[in-house]
Design a protein around this ligand. Structure first.
Ligand SMILES: [Mn+2]
Length: 248
C-alpha cells in the first residue's frame, strides 16, 4: 500500500488497533482491493490489551502509516522510560523486549496528538468545548513528549486522549459509566467546522454524526476494526478474529 495521497486517493482513518495486527492486515488488504491510493491514519491506541503490539508498531512504520497518540501509547512510553509501572492487563512487554525497541519508541514519541486538514481533524479521544485552536493546545505537549518529558498529568493531554463525557464548560465526570446530569458525550458540545475522526470509546461503538466519526468498534474485545474513508464518507470494517481481551 502506498502511504501517499494520490490524485484519486483519499485519507483513511482507522479505529483503535490495540495490538490486533492480523485484523489490521486484513483491513489494509480490504482497502487495497478498492484500488484507491490511501493515506492511512490510525486514531491512537496502537498498542496494549491485544496480542501483538510489537507487530502493529512494526507494520505502522514499515507501511508508512500515520498515527495520533492514544492513552495506551502514552502509557507504553511512560513504562518504557521508567516513570510508570506496568499495570495488570498490559500486554506490550513484546515491545519493551524487542531488539528494535528504541527505534519503535522513538517513532511513537514523535507522533502528533492532533492532526488536521481543511476538512478533517484527527484526535484519539476528543476536544474541549472551549478550545478555539486544538493544534495550539497540542503543539507544546507534542514537543514535550518527543523530548521524553513526562506530561501524563497535564489536564489538556488527559482531555485529548481520555475524554468521553464532559459538560458545557469542559469539566469531566468522575465516572464515565455514570456521568450524572449536565454531562454529555464531548461531541455534543463540538462546534468546529472540521469533521473529527476519533476513537477511545468502544462501548459507544461506531459514531456517525454531524461532523464526528467515532471509530473504536472494539476489535480487541471481539468487535470489529473499522476505517472511515473521509473523501467518500464510507465505513469499511473487518471482524475481530478473536476476543483478545476482556474489559476490566
Ligand atoms: Mn484510548
Amino acid at each position: 500500500m502506498s502511504a501517499r495521497l494520490g490524485s484519486v486517493g483519499q485519507r483513511v482513518f482507522v479505529g483503535d488497533v490495540q495490538g490486533c495486527a492480523t485484523e489490521l492486515d486484513e483491513l489494509l488488504e480490504a482497502l487495497d482491493q478498492r484500488r484507491e491510493c490511501h493515506e492511512v491514519w490510525l486514531v491512537g491506541d496502537l498498542v496494549n490489551r491485544g496480542p501483538d503490539s510489537l507487530g502493529v508498531l512494526r507494520r505502522a512504520i514499515d507501511r508508512g502509516l500515520h498515527a495520533v497518540l492514544g492513552n495506551h501509547d502514552l502509557h507504553l512510553l511512560d513504562v518504557a522510560s521508567g516513570s510508570r509501572p506496568l499495570k495488570p492487563g498490559d500486554s506490550f512487554g513484546d515491545v519493551l523486549e524487542a531488539p528494535d525497541r528504541d527505534d519503535l519508541l522513538a517513532w511513537l514519541r514523535s507522533r502528533p496528538l492532533v492532526a488536521q486538514w481543511d476538512d478533517v481533524l484527527c484526535v484519539h479521544a476528543g476536544l474541549h468545548p472551549r478550545w478555539e485552536d486544538p493544534r495550539a493546545v497540542a503543539a507544546p505537549l507534542e514537543r514535550a513528549i518527543a523530548a521524553g518529558r513526562r506530561v501524563s498529568d497535564d489536564p489538556d493531554l488527559a482531555f485529548l486522549v481520555r475524554v468521553r463525557h464532559c459538560d458545557a464548560g469542559g469539566r469531566r465526570p468522575a465516572d464515565d459509566l455514570d456521568p450524572g446530569p449536565g454531562f454529555r458525550p464531548w461531541d455534543a458540545f463540538y462546534r468546529g467546522e472540521r469533521t473529527v475522526a476519533f476513537g477511545h470509546w468502544s462501548m459507544r461503538g461506531l459514531v456517525v454524526g454531524e461532523r464526528v466519526r467515532g471509530l473504536d468498534t472494539g476489535c480487541v474485545w471481539g468487535g470489529r476494526l473499522s476505517a472511515w474513508l473521509s473523501g467518500s464518507d464510507r465505513i469499511v470494517s473487518v471482524p475481530a478474529r478473536a476476543t483478545h481481551a476482556r474489559p476490566g
